[in-house]
Design a protein around this ligand. Structure first.
Ligand code: FE2
Length: 358
């Protein structure tokens, strides 16, 4: 059976297109009491940009802390809080920020219409009811969360996405001007998530012509940006936004691989951010992606990035074993990397050896 994929709904694209957001949401505000739930990255708290968010009197604005990866308990708490106001359902949940904020928006909109904790739905196709309308607006690029059919959440037991046809957002706004102020090295680490998505999508048993075509173009843009003299120009910002979009789409038709399988374990135990966690892991994966790891190091050098060293140097053996446990649950990723007999290749010992090098 082939999956009948649901991609993103509508896309508004262009420099300063963010200023059309009020018009977009106006189309949804049909009832007198209609309201929008805005989720805004804490990065913008107190900044001029907040004045540009088209907040109406009846709307709700939540500032989203992004120190940790998105958590099921925060999704549940926000949904419970908004429901307790007895305002009915929002006409759109709008996530303005990085991958975490967009993933919160995608998860929260689902939990308005599905009973119980979001932790019950971590997995594939477990969501039963369509969520409310969702708008995502990236302000940092690389995760592909703006287009993916997954919202990655850390629950009480696992870090795993809510994945399925109900997850992609209904509206995406791609405004390259919004990522101009992202500080380094945060911008680089998040962008490398995109680079790694492409490398993983292009190398594995589940690759397809569709995934390859999208991933190849995204990879070309990543190379142009990060091997250029100045990666942080308006032109490169625009390329990065499109690379992230194409890279996220390429995963719909392929799969992530060894880096993500290990970095999920790393993040579950340490809470490290996805972008930098991926970079720490990818730097040790010559065995899986020899040419790409070389290229990745050249990109780091070109952009004066000093990757954290000795990240696992003082971890207890329990922590390392827990990382391995989580990594080994990601069977579809390992099957993509090594084929159906992956368990013969990806042993606990191999993973332990890699983790201790990080
Ligand atoms: Fe990723």
């Amino acid at each position: 059976m082939f999956r009948n994929y649901k991609a993103i709904g509508r896309i508004l694209y262009g420099r300063n297109s963010f200023d059309q957001l009020d018009d977009l949401l106006g189309e949804l505000r049909v009832e007198k009491n209609s309201y929008v739930l805005f989720l805004l990255d804490v990065y913008f708290e107190g900044k001029e940009f907040m004045k540009r968010v088209p907040l109406h009197a009846q709307d709700i604005l939540k500032i989203i802390e992004v120190k940790d990866e998105p958590k099921t308990k925060i999704v549940d708490a926000i949904v419970a809080e908004v429901k307790s106001l007895n305002k009915g359902l929002p006409v759109s949940v709008v996530g303005i920020g990085g991958g975490s904020v967009m993933d919160y928006a995608k998860a929260i909109r689902l939990m308005f219409t599905n009973e119980g904790s979001s932790a019950l739905y971590q997995g594939i196709d477990l969501i039963r009811n369509k969520g409310v309308h969702c708008t995502v607006i990236p302000t940092i690029s690389g995760t592909g969360a703006e287009v993916s059919m997954t919202t990655v959440l850390t629950g009480p037991e696992k870090k795993l996405g809510i994945k399925g046809n109900f997850t992609p957002a209904d509206q995406l706004v791609i405004d390259p001007a919004l990522i101009a102020s992202v500080p380094e090295p945060h911008r680089f680490y998040t962008a490398m998530d995109c680079y790694i998505h492409n490398i993983e999508a292009l190398n594995g048993h589940r690759k397809t012509v569709m995934g390859d075509s999208l991933g190849t173009e995204s990879l070309r843009l990543c190379r142009e940006i990060f091997l250029s003299e100045d990666s942080h120009t308006p032109e490169n910002d625009e390329k990065l936004m499109i690379a992230s979009y194409l890279g996220g789409l390429s995963l719909t038709y392929s799969e992530v691989g060894a880096c993500h399988a290990i970095s999920y374990g790393l993040a579950t135990v340490t809470g490290i951010h996805h972008g930098v966690g991926n970079c720490i892991v990818f730097n040790q994966l010559e065995e899986f992606y020899p040419e790409a790891v070389k290229e990745f190091r050249a990109m780091m050098k070109n952009n004066n990035i000093d990757l954290p060293k000795g990240f696992n140097a003082n971890r207890s053996s329990e922590e390392i074993e827990k990382m391995i446990d989580v990594s080994l649950t990601l069977i579809f990723m390992w099957a993509h990397v090594c084929g159906p007999d992956w368990q013969k290749i990806i042993t606990r010992e191999k993973l332990r050896g890699l983790l201790l090098k990080m």
